[in-house]
Design a protein around this ligand. Structure first.
Ligand code: TQI
Ligand code: CA
Ligand code: ZN
Ligand code: ZN
Length: 355
């Protein structure tokens, strides 16, 4: 990419002033980069609209490709019909004025730090997105999947194993947390989970690592990235051993501690094929308040996982909020932009990683 390198100092100052707004949400009090380096060059493109040919538009197209808005593979500098459509969808998702051009408001949204997961999964430009649907009285699912919606076979019996290397807990401390976390997802689906002792042959493999551990997603020390999981059917779930992990609620009052079980439940959702959700109370919402535990599946999590695997014939798990009407447009994802991504640093983990 030749574009994103041209950044003037003035723009930097401007960007720092935007970033003040991104701190409004309560989340982990992580240090994080103000604005994704790679997208700073976007700010040069203010006012760009259809028909123009401007250096730097190729980077915008790549951004939209990365997050699912563009699928035509074209990365020229030409502002074409497809780019205009992509912008309109993006503007709908982020509740901006739907101008189809690169106005300032849109550019400011584009350069904000965001999660690595795409907004549109299997998207087509005919889909409807986000809050506007909710506003006309339809409940919209807010869970999401990975691109291509990968999953384990329905009704699979999956084995899991955990490694005791690099971490402070004993098997006796860790096992109940893992067992409980899997049980929450099992209760909602037809999936079955069982522990096996042979780590290398297990479907799902849980381990703690520090720093670079060979999968291209090095951990970053205390806070920042807490853990990551790969999408089906990879099965790897890694925790950052450098975190101040807590396994009892009492310990959560200390600053900088993270509840292992909350993160475990969230990461198992990823292992099974769920992306993030825009429903604040869901376990797949990409923010966890400091010092809190969030381990009960929300109806949004249940709907998402049941879409992949079907419901549990033993009866629906009870969920804290009323079940909302299932939307046929399950694959759209709406981010509440100010309140979701900005409190955490996310790593991008796609299917394409080799084992
Ligand atoms: N780790 C990110 C996460 O699991 C890594 C990640 C980003 C990711 N995008 C992904 C993993 C897409 C799989 C698929 O979300 S994290 C939280 C929360 C993290 C964050 O360390 O930032 C939890 C891990 F929600 F609290 F912010 C677990 Cl619960
Ligand atoms: Ca970390
Ligand atoms: Zn890893
Ligand atoms: Zn996540």
């Amino acid at each position: 990419m030749r574009t994103s390198s041209s950044i003037s100092g003035l723009l930097l100052v401007l960007l720092l002033s935007f970033s003040g707004r991104t701190f409004v949400s309560g989340g982990f009090d992580f240090p994080f980069e103000d604005v994704n380096q790679a997208w700073r060059g976007f700010l040069n493109l203010s006012g760009c609209h259809k028909g123009e040919n401007v250096t730097g538009l190729d980077a915008v197209k790549k951004y939209f490709q990365q997050f699912g808005y563009l699928t035509n593979g074209d990365d020229s500098d030409e502002f074409d019909d497809d780019l205009e459509k992509a912008l309109q969808i993006y503007q709908t998702n982020f509740d901006l004025n739907i101008t189809g051009s690169l106005d300032n408001e849109t550019l400011q949204q584009l350069v904000k730090p965001r999660c690595g997961v795409g907004d549109i999964i299997n998207g087509t430009s005919s889909m409807k997105y986000g809050r506007r649907l909710a506003a006309v009285g339809h409940s919209v699912a807010h869970y999401s999947f990975f691109p291509g919606r990968p999953s384990w076979p329905r009704q699979a019996s999956l084995t899991y194993a955990f490694s005791l290397s690099n971490q402070p807990f004993t098997a006796e401390q860790l096992r109940p947390i893992i067992v409980r976390s899997f049980a929450r997802w099992e209760a909602a689906t037809t999936l079955k989970f069982s522990e096996v002792s042979d780590y290398s042959s297990a479907n799902l493999r849980i381990a703690f690592f520090r720093g670079d551990h060979g999968d291209g997603e090095p951990f970053d020390g205390p806070l920042g990235t807490l853990a990551h999981a790969f999408s089906p059917e990879n099965g790897r779930l890694h925790f950052d051993a450098a975190e101040n992990w807590v396994i009892d609620v009492a310990g959560l009052s200390a600053a900088g501690t993270v509840d292992l079980e909350s993160v475990m439940v969230h990461e198992i959702g990823h292992l099974l094929g769920l992306g993030h959700s825009s429903v604040r109370e869901s376990v797949m919402f990409p923010t966890l308040l400091t010092g809190t535990k969030k381990v009960d599946l929300h109806s949004d999590d249940v709907q998402g996982i049941q879409l992949l695997y079907g419901g549990n014939p033993r009866g629906n798990v009870s969920t804290p909020s009323q079940q909302s009407e299932r939307s046929s447009d399950a694959s759209s994802l709406f981010w509440s932009p100010l309140l979701s991504c900005f409190t955490i640093i996310l790593s991008i983990i796609f299917l394409s990683f080799p084992l």
